[in-house]
Design a protein around this ligand. Structure first.
Ligand SMILES: Nc1ncnc2c1ncn2[C@@H]1O[C@H](COP(=O)(O)OP(=O)(O)OP(=O)(O)O)[C@@H](O)[C@H]1O
Length: 256
């Protein structure tokens, strides 16, 4: 049976003034796919994510989520409809504990978002606490439950950010360089975490660590010069001469 299409990207482009960063991107993403997005620095990978999430509006083209045209839909509506992203930089509430960050996300997801957040008031909703503790345990982060986010290592903060993304039960999770700046052990943790995600969760991952992304993805998309240079199964893309040329050109060989 054909997999359900979750996202259709049709002739999408983005220009900043006279600078044509993305020219014409067309892709169809199926439910449960793991898509790895690679390309040299400045290829437009983050800009592409910004278009998908509504952080930027395309200069042309259209985007459909489960068949609904979301090209002009604001970011918060896309999040509500299950399209969630993590950023290259830490986007957490640094003065709050890990648990409170998690409770805030769950509170919004469960529809309590209009209640001004106070830890004490959230205790009136034991189901949120239960869920938060369950998630922390599943991801091996219970020991960090009460830590204030600003006191965590950079790697731990990135782990928590991904956990928060997962906590919202998204239908599609966009990860922008999830292992950037991490030690090998922190990278291993994130990779393990990503492997454990539910199989029906669609993932799109921008990642500079080629070993990580070629291992995780079941389809690779290579952005270059504003367009899709190559797309296909990791094994095919890894052997593609054009891909090797742009990576060798930037001093990095596609060998995983
Ligand atoms: N708001 C903006 N205004 C003008 N130019 C921008 C803007 N946002 C991005 N750009 C330019 O678009 C190009 C693509 O940037 P983008 O961050 O999408 O690339 P990237 O492939 O994610 O790069 P990297 O791998 O280095 O993170 C860059 O040249 C960048 O300077």
């Amino acid at each position: 049976m054909d997999q359900e299409t979750i996202l259709t990207i049709s002739g999408v482009g983005k220009s900043f003034g006279g600078l044509h960063i993305l020219k014409d991107i067309s892709l169809e993403i199926k439910k449960g796919e793991r898509i790895g997005i690679i390309g040299p620095n400045g290829a437009g990978k983050t800009t592409f994510f910004n278009l998908l999430t509504g952080d930027l509006e395309p200069s042309h083209g259209e985007i459909f989520h489960y068949g609904t045209n979301i090209t002009k839909q604001p970011n918060y509506k896309r999040v509500r409809n299950g399209m969630v992203r993590t950023f290259q930089k830490n986007n957490l509430l640094n003065e709050l504990s890990v648990l409170d960050n998690l409770l805030l996300v769950l509170q919004r997801k469960e529809g309590f978002g209009r209640i001004w957040f106070k830890s004490r008031s959230t205790k009136q909703y034991p189901s949120l606490y239960l869920k938060a503790n369950e998630l922390l345990e599943t991801w091996g982060l219970s020991h960090r439950r009460d830590a204030i986010v600003k006191n965590l290592s950079y790697g731990e903060q990135r782990q928590i950010e991904i956990l928060l993304g997962v906590a919202t039960d998204p239908s599609i999770l966009l990860l922008d360089e999830p292992t950037a700046g991490m030690s090998q052990s922190e990278t291993d943790y994130i990779v393990d975490l990503l492997y454990q995600l539910p199989k029906d969760l669609t993932l799109m991952i921008i990642e500079h660590d080629l070993e990580v992304v070629f291992g995780l993805a079941d389809r690779m998309v290579v952005l270059y010069d504003g367009g899709v240079l190559v797309e296909g199964e990791p094994e095919t893309v890894r052997k593609d001469e054009r891909v090797n040329k742009i990576y060798i050109g930037s001093g990095e060989e596609v060998e995983c």
